[in-house]
Design a protein around this ligand. Sequence first.
Ligand code: HEM
Length: 405
Amino acid sequence: MAVALEHIDLYSPDGYVDAPPYEVFATLRREHPVFRQEMPDGTWYWAVLKHADVVEVSRDPVVFSAEVGGVVLEDQPPEQLEQTKNMLLMMDPPRHTELRKNVYPHFRPRQIASLADRIRVICRGLVERGVEADEVEFVHDLAALVPSEVFGEMMGIPPEDRPQINRWAEMMTGGQDPDVNPDGYTASSGNDGSMNMAIYGMEFAKARRDHHGGDLGDLLLATEVNGQPMTDLEFGYFFVQLVTAGNDTTRTMISSGLLALLEHPEQFDRLRADPSLIPSALDEILRYANPLHYFRRTATTDAVVRGQEIKAGEKLAMIYTSANRDEDVFDAPDRFDIGRTPNPQLSFGIGEHYCLGVHLAKLEGRIWLEELLASGATVELAGEPRRQRSNLNNALKALPVRMYP
Ligand code: HEM
């Protein structure tokens, strides 16, 4: 092993700045697939690194709770944890099961497919904007606008409010990077985007009860929780959840996807020559450059994962970045192959909390690629890509490119 066990640090966000620690993950998958990792705050967690084990933990929400300790590794102060429990992602059954059943109909493939024409107009406009500009910072100038415009239109959020909402979302999820959130890590900082966004969501709900918009905003407001329509507070938290879950991840899928294609020009040429590969290319982008490194669970009872005893109360991280390159599941896992099938990547999770927005994210990714290819534009790097300092977001924070007609 290149690095001695005691020197391995899967937690430090610094270890993800140049690239995720793929080699260390590969060694640990062979030698310590459930790895005990210390954290600077004196606590520690089990890093679950094999594909099959991430699936097993994800599929047992009763033993491995999302609610007890939340989904990020840093333990939250009790009052903050209490608030996050209002979000679908951080709920356990039976509360989770009921809310999920009620909101799911709005996110079914058929409902989402009806957005395709609008998404195409948005993506076409953004490709045109990129070609007209001399040079663009692709992450923020183009990729970020796909989910933010689409979600803004779906929900009826005024266009002038969308940049501020994006900014709050980025501050919330990118708190480990001083460029993204100069005030420090959001879990311990009151000055984060979540409160502002929840207040925005609650005010949006209040205004919407008097003036309907005939969109998803109305449908969600009418969704029942415990036999009653959502309260403004419940809506506020659901709003935060949708924006944070949907914005940065989709932006990352689009920007990291473009970078992967630029770094593998033979795959980019292959896609241009055969656009019918777009769906499998998108799955490969999601596998190879999964937008989220991990989500956390907390054991509610003693359990065993791959022979490792886990005690009640201990925390686990389901490391998607490792599972997506597990050689037991994927041939040549480090190869970027846009024709890869089957491709059981875990970038949207699996089981009870499987991403609610998966059909929307994939539709946006597919139409974006279709419009990019249809434009015939040539894209090239115009500077060094920069990655976010984060053990949670596998994201770019800057991707300077030039696009030619
Ligand atoms: C490429 C884009 C996206 C990625 C990689 C992604 C990833 C994920 C992952 C890994 C989970 C589940 C985690 C777990 O098991 O705890 C999740 C859940 C969720 N996602 Fe996404 N997501 C994306 C886009 C979206 C979009 C566009 C929306 C909504 C508009 C969305 C809304 C949600 C919600 C509400 C949940 C919680 C579901 C539940 O707990 O039942 N996501 N997502």
